[in-house]
Unconditional design. Structure first.
Length: 228
């Protein structure tokens, strides 16, 4: 897949046991590229999960790099704190940001990778000019808010269009997909152009989460290679 990076898997702790997050992360940290942390405020999306204090604790508890996906209102105010806390990647929703270019630059200034996230119905073309300001584009493949939803195939053409836009950039930009990613869907997303995959229930509800991560990587790599 020309212009993309190697396949990466980011298990989402939204599907993990919240009473033992440290131990849950330990189950996958040796094989996962990232640990994906879904932050929801019950305003931007209709769900409330964990926030900054938990992220700060996880940074101290685990050496795994944290990939924070902020599904919150007013990320301009709140997102930089996640980068300051030690999250290696911080992604905010363009639908909620007031000054997305400035925010992306702030995140980078704190040493984090800056990502923009788009809901299924949000057009990537409207943000094409700001792509040089970010390190990753996250396309939601479900409506954000809850884990365990079914993958939306309607997003596949947008993945393809986004990959085409990313190929034209001077520096590599990762293309992440989040929502309904599992053994039966990851190949379609990889063939369309995604290279970073968030998987929650497919990993943490498996008998062997580490083996599930490896299997997802194999499926995505094979589909990606076949799309060349």
């Amino acid at each position: 897949m020309s212009g993309s990076s190697e396949i990466q898997i980011a298990p989402s702790i939204l599907s993990a046991d919240f009473t033992a997050l440290g131990a849950e992360i330990d189950r996958v940290s040796a094989v996962a590229d990232w640990v994906h942390v879904d932050v929801m405020d019950n305003h931007f999306v209709p769900n409330l999960t964990l926030g900054l204090p938990v992220v700060e604790g996880l940074v101290k508890r685990s050496g795994a790099p944290l990939d924070c996906h902020l599904m919150i209102e007013n990320p301009d105010r709140w997102a930089p704190a996640y980068a300051e806390a030690g999250a290696r990647s911080v992604t905010f929703h363009v639908e909620a940001a007031h000054a997305p270019v400035r925010l992306a630059r702030q995140l980078r200034s704190h040493g984090a990778r800056a990502g923009i996230a788009l809901k299924p119905a949000t057009s990537i073309e409207a943000y094409a000019d700001m792509l040089p300001e970010v390190d990753m584009v996250l396309l939601m493949t479900v409506e954000p808010g809850f884990g365990g939803q079914a993958f939306l195939d309607v997003v596949l053409p947008k993945i393809e269009r986004t990959r085409a836009l990313l190929r034209s950039q001077e520096t590599p930009i990762w293309l992440q997909v989040d929502g309904g990613i599992g053994m039966n869907t990851i190949e379609r997303a990889a063939a369309a152009g995604a290279d970073v995959f968030v998987a929650g229930s497919a990993v943490f509800e498996a008998d062997d989460p580490a083996a599930a991560v490896e299997r997802l990587r194999e499926l995505a790599t094979s589909a990606s290679d076949g799309a060349n």
